[in-house]
Design a binder for this molecule. Structure first.
Ligand code: XUL
Ligand code: CO
Length: 434
């Protein structure tokens, strides 16, 4: 045991009347919601990078956090892992996620990076065995090191393409070895800074080829998890090719991967793309590619990807409504890709941030389940589209031509009557549940 979280108790469900900061008021892992335990619905995961590797910097200043494991040795990397697994146990989260670069110090070259990742993978395996904590997903950090400044798969230099693919392979191997349920690709630098120096067509083809190789390798090694792409429109690149769910779907279709790859959807990225989180979730569900979620919001005033812990029950309810409606998570889960504010220096801040996030998600899940069970939104939706249930209307979408539509309109005669969309009524309805 380290003493980093000294004095902080294991967090338990105490219900709404609890006066303790160190308690869940909504998250009750064993409580059954729509026939399934809450823990199995939400599948919470801690993001290793923000919680244990991020130093608290911003564009105007560097490190604010002092952590005893900061430094570039394997010994410190193991101390970091010890503290991380202690936090997973305090919170009772079933999963974590990591990038290679969060868990091992940067080596001299590819071979040393791989050896270090392997050593940490073995170390994690022991800790996972002891604690029962599982891996939601693994991924490669192909954006922090300067070698990736002009992209990873989309780099103008084929050496970087090769280095990136080789690194992805080692991270897929590590993810498989740890029984990871998904492998994620987020293309932080897969885009451009200026079109003046960019061959956009070539770069998209490079990205498509890399993803095809990832899928081939998944099948070759028998990795049973899902391959997920995480869309984001910009930050750090001025424009990223995997802009949003609909854009990525078009990309998957172009490269024949729509049956192989799903989405890891992040709330803050949805907002950056000019969408709501629930829009991106509904879009992915409608395309059959909803995989997992990164549950962290942006600052609505600055507009930046500030990666804050969720704190709106309404937002969580609308998100889990889409997740539940689509049948719930299979390999996916709720990953807090969220970081503390840079003034939140204390160990307890790290715990309480997750406690609050987990509780907001649990409250959102309960509200979403109650709405689905009540059925009000789906009834209203069915009623709104009820006209399409007639044979004549169904034919519009199959056999009818424009001439048939003209005949139908003239002979009806059809004179459309506008009807209320009833938005305020539906908003009031949702608020009854949150
Ligand atoms: C960056 C982001 C990443 C991915 C994993 O905005 O969300 O941390 O989740 O690389
Ligand atoms: Co993310």
């Amino acid at each position: 045991m380290t003493d980093f979280f000294k004095g902080i108790p294991k967090i338990a469900y105490e219900g709404g009347d609890s006066r303790s900061d160190y308690a869940f008021r909504h998250y009750n892992p064993d409580e059954v919601v729509m026939g399934k335990r809450m823990e199995d619905h939400l599948r919470f995961s801690v993001a290793y990078w923000h919680s244990f590797a991020w130093p608290g910097g911003d564009p105007f200043g560097g490190q604010t956090f002092e952590r005893p494991w900061f430094g570039e040795t394997m010994e410190l990397a193991k101390l970091k892992a010890d503290v991380a697994f202690e936090m997973f146990e305090i919170l009772g989260v079933p999963f974590f996620c990591f990038h290679d670069a969060d868990v091992r110090p940067e080596g001299r070259d590819f071979a040393e990076n791989t050896d270090r990742l392997k050593e940490m993978t073995d170390y994690f395996a022991g800790k996972m065995e002891q604690t029962g904590v599982k891996l939601l997903w693994g991924t490669a950090n192909l954006f922090s090191h300067r070698r990736f400044m002009a992209g990873a798969a989309t780099n103008p230099d084929p050496d970087v393409f090769a280095f990136s693919g080789a690194t992805i392979k080692t991270c897929m191997d590590a993810t498989k070895a740890l029984g990871g349920q998904n492998y994620v690709l987020w293309g932080g630098r897969e885009g451009y800074e200026t079109l003046l120096n960019t061959d956009l067509k070539r770069e998209r083809q490079q990205a498509g080829r890399m993803l095809q190789m990832v899928v081939d390798y998944k099948h070759k090694i028998g990795f049973e998890g899902a391959i997920l792409v995480e869309p984001k429109p910009q930050e750090p690149a001025k424009h990223q090719y995997d802009y949003d769910v609909a854009t990525v779907y078009g990309f998957l279709k172009e490269f024949g991967l729509e049956g192989e790859v799903k989405m890891n959807i992040e709330q803050g990225h949805a907002i950056l793309a000019g969408h709501s989180f629930e829009h991106e979730l509904a879009m992915a569900a409608s395309l059959g590619i909803l995989g997992s979620i990164d549950m962290n919001r942006n600052d609505y005033q600055s507009g930046w990807d500030t990666d804050q812990f969720p704190n709106s029950t309404l937002e969580a309810a609308l998100a889990y409504y889409e997740v539940l409606k689509s049948g719930g998570f299979t390999t996916g889960g709720t990953n807090f890709d969220a970081k503390l504010r840079r003034q939140s220096l204390d160990p307890e801040d790290l715990i309480l941030a997750h406690v609050g996030g987990m509780d907001v998600c649990a409250a959102g899940l309960k509200a979403a389940a109650a709405m689905l069970e009540d059925g009000g939104l789906e009834e209203a939706r069915a009623e709104r589209y009820a006209g399409w249930e007639t044979d004549a209307a169904k034919a519009y979408l199959t056999s009818a031509t424009l001439e048939d539509l003209e005949t139908a309109v003239r002979s009806g005669p059809i004179t459309p009557e506008p009807r209320s969309g009833r938005q305020e009524r539906l908003e009031n309805y949702v608020n009854r549940f949150v």
